[in-house]
Design a protein around this ligand. Sequence first.
Ligand code: IMP
Ligand code: MG
Length: 333
Amino acid sequence: MSSTVVVGGFFGDEGKGKIISYLAIKDNPKIIVRGGAGPNAGHTIRDGDKTYKVRMLPSGFLNKTAKVMIGPGVVINPSVLLKEIQDFDASGRAFIDKHCGIIEESHLLRDSKGELKEKIGSTGSGTGPANADRAMRILKLAKDIDSLSSLIVDVPEEINTALSLNQNVLVEGTQGTFLSLWHGTYPFVTSKDVTASGICADVGLGPKKVDEVIVVFKAYVTRVGTGPLSKELSLEEAERKGWSEFGTVTGRQRRAADFDFDLARRAIMLNSATQISITKLDVLFPNCAGKTSFEELSIDAKSFIKNIEEKLNTPVTIIGTGPNVNEIIDRRK
Ligand code: IMP
Ligand code: MG
């Protein structure tokens, strides 16, 4: 019975949503709790013929017996959250902390123009301006909003109690290591730290209560918005490789590059990763599509994974081989 923290290792969009939904079903945690910035995050999850795009609700909502929670460090857009709870049938099992910050119309407005939009290429979701107002101590919190009152619980208390009762807790990060306000490619970053330590602080989990940290890397690197991307491919080249993707929140085309070992090594260090998850292996090696055991992988795909394990000195435990929640190789004991 333990806590597992899942974070992105590159620039977000590594496919955390799908990995988290798999773990939420497989490990059956009592609570799945989300840290991170806010509704600037977008997770796409496919279950059978259903595709879910979530921005606020934790990606673990497919497990209907678990509680899903949002930690006090996260800023919330109430209308986005309430709509997702309804659309994804999470009513009665979705909760937030009273100290979650609140995005208002003015934040959306400030995020839709000027420096943030034009220079940084922000998602326009109001997340950055809301976090700025929180630093100024003028942001409204969830406890000030009537429409949210039935969702409020003490999130840190809930998760720490669950752990003391030997129950599993899954902590869900958003964005990726190099979008961190502290450790990323400043100023082309999001408005908070989004490494494992930051995500844990967001939900109220102390450093000695963390058992596993899974850093998720896509089999190649993508980045949406502006900011440096080492060895960036041309859009044509990315398209030719089948790496051309579009953002869940903004619909913008993602820029792409090869798997970057320098970034990955640093992400392992910053997050104190105990395990690695590699997603979209089937995009790199189409003959791996839908495979569920390591033995079934082609020689090339196996050596790609083994090379990552050797160079990063960390086991690759969970491998995504397709968009569906079940298209996973799980090598954990
Ligand atoms: P903001 O977080 O909306 O202020 O955007 C700042 C930068 O982070 C922009 O380059 C965004 O494209 C990027 N960003 C923020 N959230 C995500 C995410 O969840 N996935 C990918 N990029 C993101
Ligand atoms: Mg995303």
